[in-house]
Design a protein around this ligand. Structure first.
Ligand code: F6P
Length: 560
């Protein structure tokens, strides 16, 4: 469907200009008009705006019918997508082209989940071979652990894993451990995540865990991140003091490294056999599929880790092969960009209706904001429109008792994704089973009610009762509902891959590089300088404040 009409004559026709003009016209229509108008048209709209991905054990349903779009909007959006050469750029991306020009790298996280025996796109084969070899090494290490044949420095078998990483080296594995870890344990290994640089998460672990049976996973793509280095240093100090064993010996027996820098792992004292490598063409926030997921495999078993990869791969195929009109990540991206750039909605809430998915908002914050939170284009010129919205969120039912007031009656327009799990496997029998089933139904009812209320506001109330019940609910807050049939590796893998490809498509629409993160560097440098001044000046009896130029920071330092 190509749309080439553009009613506002003074401007040259471009799909983006057409969308601008269309947005102005559509502002007059509310979601109430779109959803509660002519019943037949509304019914048709509901049918046309829902999509199901039902393949290779993935069963994910995405409903866009509460977005502020109509048929014409979608046609214009797809016209825009085509005009940005998405199809060619998608192919180049899968073929291993250097889609990250500032770092001169490809972005081939899809290679880490490409199944053995399935032919990958032309330029991906070497990357797939590399990933398969590392996955085999990972599987061997995991098997050794599960066979209780991994012994610490004192000869005792490992029972606990402390995974130390931050950002992409923490958020993905932690999310999966929480999402799938509530099932009856498939292994005897417990995994604990440590990311905060202050050591606060380590303290209770050091009190609770047995140092003789604890294995440390040092996860850091760059192997230079201060947060992780300091946490590892403290952990090794604890192990060394508690076991009275020197650090180099502990590094040989109780430390696994996961990084793109094998040279640095070797220098640190990690034996080659305990090094898992992923290449630079997998970005940190796209790395859950790589050996960064080793702790997930240790906790949940290799078979579960493989389901995660399979679910994500099903989405790769969907993204590559499905026509744009029915391509879920393309639609997620185009509608998201429409909300931000044309409807000027600056924030997007992620609202999972399942306690096991509480880390999804944080994961997507990094994935989306670190990728597309840019305002300089690939052509090195300033981007003159909004790009990635502020992503935020929390477990939906808890949010209902906290920030939903603002969403319903405040003055901000917000878009949202509601994420729910349609069915749980039986968790218990008898009355307990019934009680838990009732809670599941209650949660789903709340999810649907809130999605409806976001969209319709007071119009969600049946007309007969509206007079008495209307309370000034604003409505017109566009939202999508994503329903997973079950919460398992396949579906959670697919969910995360959908968002990854959404990010890629939006980067094409906005012409930004989604695979670098130059905006995080300066803060690290300033903090390093300040830290050095604080520590060395304290040793020399000098005053660190003298080295700081701005009076605000100086005063705070004095206070410290
Ligand atoms: O500071 C940002 C960042 O580089 C992220 O991109 C990354 O996921 C995180 O830090 C951790 O980096 P690393 O895995 O290299 O320790």
């Amino acid at each position: 469907m190509n749309v080439t009409t553009f009613s506002r004559s003074p401007r040259v026709y471009t799909p983006a200009n057409a969308l601008d003009a269309h947005a102005e016209q559509l502002q007059a229509q509310t979601l109430g008009d779109l959803l509660n108008g002519d019943p037949q048209a509304s019914q048709q709209r509901a049918e046309e705006l829902r999509f199901t991905l039902d393949a290779h054990h993935v069963d994910l349903h995405v409903d866009f019918s509460k977005q502020r779009v109509n048929e014409h909007t979608l046609a214009l959006l797809l016209d825009w997508v085509r005009s940005c050469n998405l199809v060619e750029k998608r192919q180049a991306f899968f073929d291993g082209a250097k889609v990250n020009p500032s770092e001169q790298r490809a972005a081939l996280h899809m290679a880490a989940r490409w199944p053995e025996g399935e032919t990958p796109p032309g330029g991906m084969q070497d990357a797939v071979n590399f990933c398969l070899a590392q996955r085999q090494k990972l599987a061997d290490l995991v098997e050794r652990l599960h066979a209780r044949e991994w012994f610490g420095a004192t000869g005792q078998s490992i029972t606990d894993v402390v995974h130390i990483g931050v950002g992409g080296s923490d958020l993905g594995p932690k999310l999966i451990s929480e999402a799938l870890g509530s099932r009856p344990s498939q292994t005897h290994v417990a995994v604990h995540y440590v990311s905060t640089m202050d050591g606060a998460q380590l303290l209770p672990l050091m009190e609770r865990l047995d140092p003789a049976t604890t294995l440390v996973v040092l996860a850091s793509k760059s192997f230079t991140t201060a947060d992780t280095r300091f946490n590892v240093h403290t952990t090794l100090t604890w192990l060394s003091e508690a076991l009275e064993i020197d650090v180099p010996t502990l590094c040989r027996h109780q430390l696994i490294g996961v990084s793109s820098r094998p040279d640095k792992m070797t220098e640190f004292g990690i034996p080659e056999a305990h090094q898992l490598v992923f290449e630079e063409w997998i970005g940190g926030r796209f790395s859950i599929w790589s050996p960064i997921g080793v702790s997930v495999a240790m906790q949940l078993g290799m078979a579960t880790f493989d389901t995660l990869l399979a679910g994500a791969h099903a989405v790769d195929r969907h993204f590559l092969e499905t026509p744009l009109e029915a391509n879920i990540p393309v639609l997620m991206a185009a509608i998201g960009a429409w909300n931000t750039q044309f409807l000027h909605i600056p924030t997007h809430a992620i609202l999972p209706y399942d306690g096991r998915l509480s880390s999804v908002p944080a994961y997507l914050q990094q994935l989306e904001m670190e990728s597309n939170g840019k305002s300089v284009g690939l052509d090195k010129r300033a981007v003159t429109h909004a790009t990635c919205p502020i992503i935020w969120g929390d477990v939906g039912p808890n949010g209902q008792h906290a920030f939903y007031q603002l969403l319903h009656q405040g003055s901000h327009t917000v878009s949202a994704d509601f994420i729910a799990v349609a069915g749980r496997e039986e968790m218990a029998e008898g009355e307990l089973g019934e009680a838990l089933h009732a809670q599941e139904q209650l949660t789903l009812a709340n999810c649907l009610a809130q999605s409806q209320l976001f969209a319709l506001g007071d119009d969600a109330i049946p007309a007969v009762a509206r007079g008495a019940m209307a309370q000034g609910y604003r409505g017109n807050q566009p939202n999508s509902v994503i329903l997973m049939k079950r919460l398992d590796g396949f579906n959670i893998g697919a969910l995360l891959a959908l968002y990854e490809h959404k990010v890629f498509v939006q980067s094409v629409l906005w012409n930004v590089n989604p695979f670098d993160q130059p905006g995080v560097e300066l803060g690290k440098q300033l903090a390093t300088q300040l830290y050095q001044q604080m520590t060395s000046d304290a040793e020399n009896g000098a005053d660190a404040c003298d080295a700081v130029t701005d009076p605000s920071t100086q005063a705070l330092l004095e206070r410290i």
